[in-house]
Design a protein around this ligand. Sequence first.
Ligand SMILES: Cc1ncc(COP(=O)(O)O)c(C=O)c1O
Length: 388
Amino acid sequence: MSDSLLEEPQNLSRRNWLKMAGLGASAMSAAGFISACAQQSAEAADAIGEPDKDALAILSSNENPFGPSPKAIEAMKGELGNIYRYTYPSLVKLGEQIAAKEDVSPDEVIIANGSTPLLATFSLWAKQNDKTIITSALTYEGVPRVAEAFGVPVSYTPTKPDLGYDLEAIAAQVKPGTCVYLCNPNNPTGKTMDPAELDAFMDEFSAKVPVFVDEAYLDMADDFPAGVMTKYVRMGRPVIVARTFSKIYAMAGQRVGYALLPTDMRNEMMGYGHLSNVNKLGIVAASAALADTAYFEEMRLKTKLGREKLIAMAKDLGRPIAENPQGSFIYMDLGMNNAEFAAKMLEKGVRVVGARWSEKPEWTRICVGLDHEIEKCHAAAKDILTSI
Ligand SMILES: Cc1ncc(COP(=O)(O)O)c(C=O)c1O
């Protein structure tokens, strides 16, 4: 499930949020809720440029709080007058730009509304081709849950004791009629796979069965581009590498992502429809963002610093985390029920993930926010965790 799909309306100011919390979620009618959100949107529009330190700190969605490249914003503004036209040829141009950057051919690229539809299409592909999907427990739901909804069997291998993917356990299940979903770095743990181990796995098993590698956060990792699996696409293996503009490029709301995959798989997946329906503003923004390498490096640094602040927070709280996280979030052992913790945090104006991964009812995922948001989260968590 896309994090966005699991979200409640965003940017609620503390005042409106408290008003709603006072009413109680169940007591509030849908109409009342929508009108509160509309009022809040108008307030937010007025407040553009002035961060509202009292606003709800949303640390539950793995969004990039530092905002998109100014060049992406300029590109969107410049395109506003052209939205009466369909996306051709700008979509083709973006495909060529991505292909050049990734060193693949343009017919090995699919652009989509974020990477979510690409993950879902892989699940559909598995259904059409009678595959079982092998993946890890405690991973991103975008492939396995959608696959299960389509009736595709999914085999979840247990994580290693450090909560990382167990590639050996996955390898042991590979046989004809299976395919594999890997998330690197994994959501929610933030753990990466060792590049050499992953390479060895891919070398052997992508020759046998299709492998989908979700690299939504890989460009945030310290050793990026280690671990990038595009070379297997170039080799013509049945490998799909998925990327997104929602994370490091801070364009979650524009819905642009892409997959790199061999042409024959691309053609098959395109046949299922719904892909390439990206909006024109998203296309030009993605194109400008991709060209803004200074912005990319700045985001890598800011994300790393934010991640370090979260790690320091967990240390101060005395709470264990999944070690060495490499995305824009940490996964923390609370020592209390995560839904209860999330509810208490919300009362203090901070949103974190509640009960989402059933494997770990006492763990939560907290993502990088602006400094004042992390500080607010730290203070709130300290209050809650020291009073249990
Ligand atoms: C690992 C992973 N893959 C894919 C996605 C889907 O993101 P989007 O559809 O915005 O590209 C997410 C969103 O949180 C994610 O965490």
